[in-house]
Design a protein around this ligand. Structure first.
Ligand code: KG4
Ligand code: ZN
Length: 345
């Protein structure tokens, strides 16, 4: 295994089937993604059983598609998301990865989904070097992590209640926007006045690096009810969205800057679905004196490319033993630095 080894990355932890081929030498070779958003939208959230079934339907054809595009018969290793996520959905990717690994006689690597997110900027030309501060903001997580090396992660802060993406999604729901609400709310916010409402910046001025979004959500709910009662919700919707987004972004950026300063870190990586938020990206770049790195927009949300790049970096751990791993919960700080860092060179 060397830098020319081609890794097949498989992501099936939630509602996106993501597949990619990557090698350290060539970078991203091919990638494709099938989103299940339309299937779940009618229910207003992800339905686990429907997610698993659709991964089964789509995964093999998508793998075939990237292999045809790259013109290869088989990869040198397979990386799949082993958690955290929906267990049924994870088992589809894990079962496929191990089955193909056995058939092709190639090693299989179990990847942590959030490590995938935090390594996603490594897919870009302007890739960060270790160490850096990671602000990982997705539908299920809000984490500030001191990333000192691959696998050396110190959790500095997390959310005490809702995740950042969840706060965006729930606020969008209150405003009567569709699912998933984060991007819709962000789009609506562009038309609104972010000073129209002064929503709380929860815990921003406290020394803790933890977050809490439930107070902000309640404040929005009260304003939505008021506007509904006076029949003015349509007129206020964009202003509420803009003011909410401003408060959420101020909180995320404020805490990230505090964490970077406290840890003496000169680079910040912003990743995860909410990392696609334009205000968050521009604000943090403006206010941080060091360098800020993010994945391109499409690799902020779930995708196979981030799993392939994480797999490439963790190639030393590849195993020929077929044991399907699917963990609903899995803390990032239980990961270890790989036995040999050589593989990264
Ligand atoms: O990382 P991700 O694709 O899935 C998880 O692992 O959770 O993140 C999805 C989350 C959703 O809550 C979605 O609403 C949010 O990211 N999101 C955004 C934006 N794009 C996606 N939130 C705010 N602004 C956006 N532009
Ligand atoms: Zn994710």
């Amino acid at each position: 295994m060397g830098p020319q080894s081609i890794i097949l990355g498989i992501e099936t932890s939630c509602d996106e089937t993501g597949v990619a081929l990557y090698s350290a030498e060539k970078g991203l070779i091919a990638h494709t993604l099938h989103s299940q958003i339309d299937l779940h939208a009618v229910y207003g959230g992800v339905v686990p059983e429907i997610a698993s079934r659709d991964h089964i339907r789509m995964l093999l054809p998508l793998i075939q598609q990237v292999m045809d595009e790259a013109g290869i018969e088989k990869p040198d290793a397979i990386a799949y998301t082993a958690g955290p996520g929906l267990v049924g959905a994870l088992m589809v990717g894990g079962g496929m990865a191990n089955g193909l690994g056995l058939a092709w006689g190639c090693p299989v690597i179990a990847v942590h989904h959030m490590e995938g997110h935090l390594l996603a900027p490594m897919l870009e030309e302007n890739a960060p070097e270790f160490p850096f501060l990671a602000l990982l903001v997705s539908g299920g997580h809000t984490l500030l992590i001191a990333v000192r090396d691959l696998g050396d992660y110190e959790m500095l802060g997390t959310t005490l209640d809702d995740a950042a993406g969840e706060a965006f999604d729930k606020t969008a729901k209150l405003l009567g926007l569709g699912y998933p609400g984060g991007p819709l709310l962000a789009a609506l916010a562009e038309e609104g006045d972010d000073k129209a409402y002064s929503f709380p910046r929860p815990m921003l001025n406290k020394p803790t690096l933890d977050f809490s979004f439930s107070g902000l959500k309640t404040a929005v709910m009260l304003e939505v009810r008021k506007a509904e009662a006076s029949g003015e919700l349509d007129a206020c919707r964009a202003d509420i969205a803009a003011s909410f987004q401003r408060a959420a972004v101020d909180t995320l950026v404020g805490k990230a800057l505090k964490a970077a300063e406290r840890e003496g870190l000169e680079r910040i990586v912003v990743a995860g679905g909410v990392g696609a938020n334009r205000l968050l990206r521009s604000d943090i770049a403006e206010r941080f004196s060091g360098d800020v790195f993010y994945p391109r927009f499409e690799f902020c949300t779930d995708n196979g490319a981030m799993i392939a790049v994480a797999g490439a970096l963790r190639m030393a751990e590849a195993s020929r033993v077929t044991e399907i791993q699917a963990k609903a919960r899995w803390s990032l700080d239980t990961l270890e630095v790989p036995p040999s860092a050589e593989i990264r060179k």
